[in-house]
Design a protein. Structure first.
Length: 200
């Protein structure tokens, strides 16, 4: 019986390897021109999208501030009903006492909810100042007010309007307006401003 023999492929004459030669692989990547095109297109997209992203961020911040103030008004009203006593929502620059001066914009320094029992003022809740560049004003009939007092029945001592806008950098006309009715109910409006938010 004759043994079968298998012939091995001829060795590569250059390397001595039995593997067949392969063609040189083509290198892939971006040329300088292609890279410049990508950079130019990216710059255009960023320039177009940046203002929209800024407006979205501002809108979200204004909504957050408005929600905080509305929540405070609702809490003050509910506490007045629950405790069956007068409860005050007021601007505060120190987190413990109500402000009595500084103009309508002093609310941007923060606000608190409190009540007086047997001559002693007690803070129920305190809110910190707004982020830099944002403004909060509270007025009644165009006149700045520093506090809103809720009766034990839940009604407000006076109507009030809170306004929130971005003061710095200037130019953004977004605004949030909160109307506080005599019944103590709040209503939010997102109508834009016609002039830039005050900066002072």
């Amino acid at each position: 019986m004759t043994a079968c023999s298998f012939l091995a492929p001829p060795a590569n004459k250059i390397t001595g390897s039995s593997k067949p030669l392969r063609g040189s692989s083509r290198q892939t990547g971006l040329t300088l021109i292609e890279l410049m095109v990508v950079v130019a297109v990216s710059a255009i997209l960023i320039a177009v999208a940046a203002p929209n992203l800024t407006d979205m961020a501002t809108s979200a911040k204004l909504n957050s501030i408005s929600d905080r103030w509305m929540a405070a008004a609702n809490l003050a009203r509910s506490e007045a009903i629950k405790r069956n006593r007068l409860v005050t929502l007021c601007a505060s620059t120190d987190g413990s006492t109500c402000a009595t001066a500084g103009g309508a914009q002093v609310w941007a320094s923060g606000w608190l909810i409190g009540h007086t029992v047997a001559g002693t003022w007690t803070v129920i809740e305190q809110e910190a100042a707004l982020a830099s560049g944002y403004r909060l004003e509270v007025a009644s009939g165009g006149t700045p007010i520093y506090s809103v007092v809720f009766q034990p029945t839940g009604v407000d001592s006076t109507t009030a309007t809170a306004m929130v806008c971005r003061s710095k950098p200037s130019g953004n006309l977004q605004q949030r307006t909160i109307d506080l009715s005599i019944t103590g109910r709040t209503q939010l409006s997102k109508a834009p401003r016609t002039t830039a938010c005050p900066t002072s």
